[in-house]
Each structure stands twice: as C-alpha cells, then as structure tokens.
Design a binder for this molecule. Structure first.
Ligand SMILES: Cc1ncc(COP(=O)(O)O)c(C=O)c1O
Length: 391
C-alpha cells in the first residue's frame, strides 16, 4: 500500500479483529495503480473507489438484508423512497405503463400520480387485494406492477400469489414493497416477485435513527441496472446510517416477535373496547382477508394495526392528547409505539371522496406497535379512548 503524503495510512490488519463492524466514512478510496483500478471496475478485484458508488458499510448491510430476503446483489439506498424510485425510474422508460396498488404508501402514490406521467410513463392504480382488478388495469405496454403486501394504512392483504401469476404470464415485472410485513412474515421472492423493496428506516433498522432503503432483484441483470441507476442518480446511502442499521438489524428478530405479540394483544383489546368502531389486524377473524393472512403471512400479524373510533376531529384530537406516552408521529417500526392519523398526515392531499373510498375517516388511526410492557401500552390506549368518549 502506497503511503499518502496527506494522511498516515493506519493498517487495519493485526492479530485481532473487531467484533463490531467499523464505520468507514471515507468518501474516496486510493488504489495503487491504473491496472488495479481496471481490475476493480471490471470486477476482477474487490475494492472501492468513491462512496456514492459503494462502501463497506453499505455492503455489510446489503448482504444481511439479501440473506433475509433470499437473494444476492441487493443495494442499500438513502431512503425507502430512494429504493422505490430506483425500481420505477431505473427500470421504466417513456412509453411504458406501470400499475400500482391503490393503497400504496403516500409518496409512492405521488410518484405514480405526478412524477412518472411527467416523464412519459403512464400509470394506473388497482385494488391489490383483487388479482382480477389488477388484470383489468394491465395494458400491452405495462412494464411493472408495484404492490405492498399489507396496505398502508388500511392493513388490507394483497393477492400476491394471484398477481405474481398474472405478471409471470404477461411478462410484467412484479415489485413488492415488503416494509410492513418484513421477511419474517413473508419473503416475496418465494412468491414470484421480481423486485423487493424495503424502507429499512422502519422495522429492519428499528430505532428511528437512520433513514435507509434496500432494493433487490431476482434477476442479476435487473439488479445490476438498479445498482447503476442508484449510483448515477445519487440514491445511495451514508456509511453512518448503514452502520446504525446493521446494529439495529442484529435485534430485528427479537423486536419483531415482541412487537407482534404486543400488536395482537392490543388489537384484541381495542376490538372489545367501547368507542371503537373497527380494528384492522391480519390475524383477527374479522379481517377482510383473514384466510389469505393465514396462508400468505403464515398466521403472522406483524406490528401494524389500524382502528377507527367514534366521532370526528374533536374526538381524534382528544384521543391523541389522552393517549399520553404514545408518540403521535408519522413513522413505523420503532422500538416505541407510534400513532398516526392518516387524514392529517399521509392522506391529507387526497380528496374527501378518495379518502372515503379507502375507508378513512377522522376517527381512523394507524398504530405501529413497539416493545413496551403490553399492560402499560393498553392502559395508554384506554386513557385515550376515555378522553375521546368524554368529548
Ligand atoms: C410501505 C412504505 N414504503 C416506503 C416508505 C418510504 O420509506 P422512507 O421514509 O424510508 O423513504 C414508507 C414510509 O413510511 C412506507 O411505509
């Protein structure tokens, strides 16, 4: 290794190795000769050149998520939306058509409604719980279908197997955002997905301190195209965020189990509580796709639930204020439970008709259940419900 005139080179080799991945924030990597650079760029030697193009912390994290999803060559991106953008913008061109689930995450919907059409990519939305509705939306020029396994915020379960069969028969790429469900509940590649997307910001990282995404593809050429597009358009991630997420991922299984157990208890409690109109949770028998939840998610409900209380905005305000101890914050997958109100946040830009069509009202809340003591958690929700009933 050539010594640098600017900085001393600190050798990482030694007789012992760190048990925790080091953070490697270097933006740039020095190579010995042009021949060595050639070898790196041509894939004959492993190395890095420039952090936007790749760095060790991104690779360490990507390989771990690859293993969870059962694929190779996935890439870490600077956010979940960067992963969604890489899939849509990196693989589609003007003249193509994209079909999205009609209850995608709000920013994904916005990409479909505004940005893709601006670039000459036509889009349509369809009910992902119904493969026939998705089939009806396909056109000869449809290039991709983008769905979430469990929809946000209404917790509906997509007909993943039906849509995958449809996409395979029509030669359409199927992209599945697995953020809500995680590889613990389902591995979409096993069900025929071509592309899988995560907001790593959420459960995988788990502590609301890193904004990241991941996108992987079954086909190595598609994966390589995603990688080149992410690097060119600067969608890649910072070493520190990747390091935090790698640390968070170490406890993902434990956090998932605890959050899921808490969510099941809270869902059952809320379903019997006065002032609650309905509860949406995949393992409850009153869920609209209860049977599909059992087969597709193998009986797992995950950590997300939604519920609707009686009343309007005044009752919603009273509930949010009364449920002290629960952060009223529009994120999910944190160690702490968070509560969100779609009508004043993610779905505020929709028309009143569109909001009603997805079943949203002022009394509708989404909960990302965390790792708290379940009795204390339930007591917080009871205090909120009591406050709402008192309006
Ligand atoms: C299902 C889903 N996909 C993608 C995203 C976007 O992720 P990020 O906020 O990391 O960009 C979110 C964010 O909430 C989400 O819920």
């Amino acid at each position: 290794m050539k010594p640098s005139l600017q900085r001393p080179v600190v050798p990482l080799e030694g007789v012992s190795t760190p048990v925790v991945s080091p953070i490697m924030p270097s933006v740039v990597y020095a190579a010995e000769t042009p021949d060595v650079l050639d070898a790196q760029y041509e894939g004959r030697a492993q190395g890095y050149t420039y952090a936007r193009e790749g760095h060790p912390n991104a690779d360490l994290l990507a390989r771990r998520i690859d293993a969870l999803e059962g694929v190779t060559g996935g890439i870490v991106t600077g956010s979940g939306m960067a992963a969604v953008s890489a899939a849509l913008l990196g693989l589609c061109k003007a003249g193509d058509h994209v079909v999205g689930g009609d209850q995608l995450y709000g920013r994904s919907l916005r990409l479909m409604a505004e940005d893709l059409p601006r670039l000459g990519i036509a889009t349509a939305l369809a009910d992902a719980t119904d493969a026939a509705a998705v089939a009806a939306a396909l056109r000869p020029e449809t290039r991709m279908v983008l769905i979430e396994v469990v929809s946000n915020p209404t917790i509906r379960i997509a007909d993943l197997d039906g849509i995958a069969a449809l996409c395979a028969a029509r030669g359409v790429l199927l992209a599945v955002d697995n953020t809500f469900t995680t590889p613990r509940a389902i591995r979409p590649f096993d069900h025929g997905a071509d592309i899988v997307i995560h907001s790593v910001t959420k459960l995988l990282s788990g502590h609301s301190d890193a904004t990241l995404g991941w996108v992987g593809a079954r086909d190595s050429e598609v994966a390589a195209r995603l990688n080149v597009f992410a690097v060119t358009s600067g969608l890649t991630a910072s070493p520190f965020d990747c390091w935090l997420a790698e640390r968070g991922l170490a406890t993902f299984d434990l956090r998932f189990d605890r959050a899921q157990a808490n969510a099941q208890r809270l869902a059952d409690h809320l379903a019997g509580a006065p002032g609650v109109r309905r509860v949406l949770y995949p393992t409850r028998p009153d869920h609209p796709e209860a049977a599909r939840g059992q087969s597709l998610l193998r009986g797992q409900g995950c950590n997300m639930l939604s519920f609707e209380i009686d009343g309007g905005r005044a009752e919603a305000n009273a509930f949010a204020r009364g449920a002290q101890g629960i952060a009223f914050a529009p994120t999910l997958g944190d160690v702490g439970t968070t509560l969100s109100h779609p009508l004043s946040s993610s779905h505020r830009a929709l028309s009143a008709e569109a909001q009603a069509a997805v079943g949203l009202s002022e009394g509708f809340f989404r909960v990302s259940v965390g790792l708290e003591d379940p009795d204390a958690l339930i007591a917080c929700f009871d205090r909120g419900l009591e406050a709402a009933r008192g309006v």
